[in-house]
Design a protein around this ligand. Structure first.
Ligand code: SF4
Ligand code: SF4
Length: 324
């Protein structure tokens, strides 16, 4: 007979991080597993490395020793000639100047040979492939920290886009009685939500815009499937923590926020909490690391007065609502 753990051995997934002591990804203290790949392209995405399923080349200049010290390891590893010695810059570790690599993203094919050659991981792959077993063994070490209703959150990207991995990881962790949150855009087939529902204690569920055409402009897909899946989960007894990004001029119109509140109310007792997420710029530097353009450079976070008003409005509907 096969040991129960063995059946998960060959279920693989692509993840870009695992973080312990997470306090913003559901109740209590949690460990969050971040999967890579997402069908949405939110303009304000603060995890651009999570979007594409493919591995990308990241570059963290602060870790770079300079091409002299490395004897051009990354420059000569590149088969496309996409890396050259950059302009001399001040060496922050010692006096003098060093040259760091200049990456021509147009020429880069994403082969990641330079990342393999880079000993300091200044050049790195944006994710790695793993198995349910490996992730289970890693996160189970954190069990003693899961205080105040904490547990594991499977996040993304879009965790449902790697369904077999997410499903099997949830199932395995649930067999140990661990509290599971699934952080999702809701953009997946309803039948998949039906399968995973028995193993998920709480869905962290984004409602980004109530107007479908506007939704598609902002995130790349319409909202009908997302709204119908929220209704589906609620009707089948699932618990939802709705998250509403408040992005100035993009999602913060009063009419949109009111429609969102009304939608949350229509889901009844399934909605345990509504969280308003004010726009912030903390993900911006990640775009630089990937060599991508950050499209919301001119957008400023909403002020406290606005967020206080939005909070009061949601609460006026009788919703349990808080600022994130
Ligand atoms: S990117 Fe890596 S291999 Fe290239 S110079 Fe910097 S530390 Fe050396
Ligand atoms: S990932 Fe890009 S820059 Fe790095 S070795 Fe491959 S082609 Fe060159």
């Amino acid at each position: 007979m096969t040991h129960p753990a063995m059946e998960y051995k060959n279920v693989t997934g692509r993840i870009y991080d695992i973080q312990g002591y997470a306090v913003h990804d559901g109740p209590g203290i949690r460990t969050t597993v971040y999967t890579k790949g997402c069908p949405l392209r939110c303009l304000w995405c603060h995890s651009p490395e999570s979007q594409r399923r493919e591995l990308e080349l990241g570059y963290l200049p602060v870790k770079c020793l300079g091409t002299d010290l490395c004897r051009d390891a990354c420059v000569s590893a590149c088969p496309e000639g996409a890396i050259s010695r950059g302009e001399p810059v001040k060496d922050l570790r010692a006096s003098g100047m060093i040259q760091k690599p200049a990456i021509d993203r147009e020429k880069c094919s994403g082969c990641l040979k330079c990342a393999e050659a880079c000993m300091t991981q200044a050049l790195y792959a944006s994710a790695r492939d793993t198995t349910v077993d490996e992730v289970y063994d890693r996160v189970i070490k954190d069990v003693s920290f899961f205080k105040n209703g904490g547990g594991i959150t499977i996040s993304g990207g879009e965790a449902m886009a790697q369904f077999e991995f997410t499903y099997n990881l949830s199932k395995r962790l649930k067999s140990r009685g661990i509290h599971i949150c699934l952080d999702t855009t809701g953009f997946a087939e309803a039948v998949l939500f039906e399968r995973v529902l028995p193993y998920v204690d709480l869905f962290l569920y984004d409602i980004k815009h109530m107007d479908s055409a506007r939704h598609e402009k902002l995130v790349g897909v319409p909202n009908e499937l997302i709204l119908s899946n929220a209704r589906f989960i609620a009707a089948r007894g699932g618990a939802l923590q709705i998250r509403v990004p408040v992005i100035p001029k993009l999602t913060d119109q009063e009419s949109n926020l009111r429609r969102t509140a009304e939608f949350c109310l229509s889901l009844g007792e399934a909605v345990k909490l509504v969280q308003l997420l004010p726009y912030h710029k903390t993900g911006r530097m990640k775009y630089d690391r990937l060599g991508w353009r950050y499209k919301l450079a001119n957008v400023e976070p909403p002020d406290d007065v606005f967020m206080g008003g939005a909070l009061a409005m949601f609460q006026s509907y009788g919703l349990n609502c808080q600022l994130h």
